[in-house]
Write a protein that binds this ligand. Sequence first.
Ligand code: ATP
Ligand code: MG
Length: 411
Amino acid sequence: MNIEIVSIGNELLAGDVVDTNAAHLARSVARYGLRVHRSQTVPDVVSAIVDALALAAGRSDVVVVSGGLGPTTDDLTTEAAARLSGVDLELHQPSLDRIVERFRLRGMPFKKNNEKQAWFPKGAEVLENPVGTAPGFALSHGAARLFFLPGVHREYVAMIDASVLPRLAAEARGDVRWRTLRTFGMTESAVGDALSDIPLDDGLFIQYRASFPEILVTPVVRGADAAAADARLGVVCAAIRERLGAHVYGEGADSFPAVVGALLRERGLTLAAAESCTGGRVAQMMTSVPGSSDVFLLGAVTYSNAAKAAVLGVRAESLAAHGAVSEQVAREMVEGVARVGGASVAVAITGIAGPGGGTDDKPVGTVHFAVSVRGQVSHVHHRFTGDRRWIQTIAAWRALDLVRRALVDAA
Ligand code: ATP
Ligand code: MG
C-alpha cells in the first residue's frame, strides 16, 4: 500500500510552522508496517492543490491531506477537491447542525462563514471531527482513496486515530511488531554499517533515528499472525544485539540514567560523581530519575582548582605538574569523590568544553574520565567535537556509560 502525504499551507512553505502532521502520520502508519512513500507540500492556491492531488492520486493508493478546511478565505482545500473530482459542493446538514450546536454550547456567535465548513464535494464521505469544528472528508479518485483532515495538529491527530488508521490497519496484511533498541557510543552510520548484513525483505525493515546523543534502532517485522511476528522480532532483535553488543543500553521507553540506576541497585552499589566541564549534568541526569537517592549519593561540581583540592583532596602538585585536565587529576578526583560521598562506585570528569581554553596538546573537546568500582580505578580520555553544549552533553553521557559498562562487565 503506497501512502502519500499532501500538506497544504503557506505557513509550512514559509517555515513558520513545522509539518508535525506529516511526522505524526509517518510514525503512526509504521506501527502497521506501512510506509509513507511520498510527501508534497503546497501553498494555499487552488490550482497548486489540484495539481498535487492529481499527482498523488495517480501514483499512490492512499493520500492523506492536511490543512485548509477552515472557515476563512485562505482555506481552499474543499474547493480544490471538488475541482479534482469534477463535482459541485453540497451542504451536509448534519455537519451544519453540529457546528451550530457547538457554537451555541460555547456561547459564541455563529458567523455565516462558519457554514463553509459544512459544504463538501458531492459524493464525499464526511469524517466526524471529535475535537474541533471542521469535519474532514474522504473520497475516491481513480484507484486512490483520499482523506482530507484539518491542519490543527490536535484535530489532525484525533482524526487520524479515529478515521484513518483503523481503515489502513484493517487492510495491512498479517501482524506487525516493532521494538526500539536504544544505543549510545556509535555514530548512526557505524550502527547502520554494523547491521548492513541483516537481510531486509517484505517482512522486515529497520528504522534508524539519531536523537542526540543516542541512536535509536527500530526493527519492524510483519508475520502471518501475531505469533509469527513476535518470533521473528525476537530473532531480529537478538541479531541486532549481537552486532551492537554493549552499545545497546536499553529498549523502548528506557531512560539512560534509569538503566544506570537500576544496575547499581541490582548490585547493591552506590554512585558519586565529581564533575568539572560537565557542570553538574551527570548529577542532573541521575537525579531526574524518581527515587534515585538510594543509589546516587553525591554530585560535586568542582570547577576551580581550589575546589578540586579543598573538596576532593586533589594534590596541588598534580594540578601544577599535569594541569586540571589530565589523567592524574581525573584519578585523584574520582578517589576523592568516592571517599567524600561514601560511594562504592564513582566517576570523575575533567575537560575543556570550549569554545576557548584549548591548547595544542589539549584541544577543545579533550575530556579525561576516571571510574572507580570498589577502589579499582580506570581511566580513558576522549577528544569530542562540537559546540560547548554538545561536548558537555556527550561527556556526561559518556561518564555514565563508563559506569554502566563497568557494572555490566563486573556482573
Ligand atoms: P482551521 O479550521 O483552524 O482553519 P484548517 O484545516 O483550515 O484549520 P489550516 O488553516 O491549514 O487548517 O491550519 C490551521 C493551523 O494548523 C495553522 O495555523 C497551523 O499552525 C497548523 N497546521 C497546519 N498545517 C499543519 C501541519 N502540516 N503540521 C502542523 N501544524 C499544521
Ligand atoms: Mg485555516
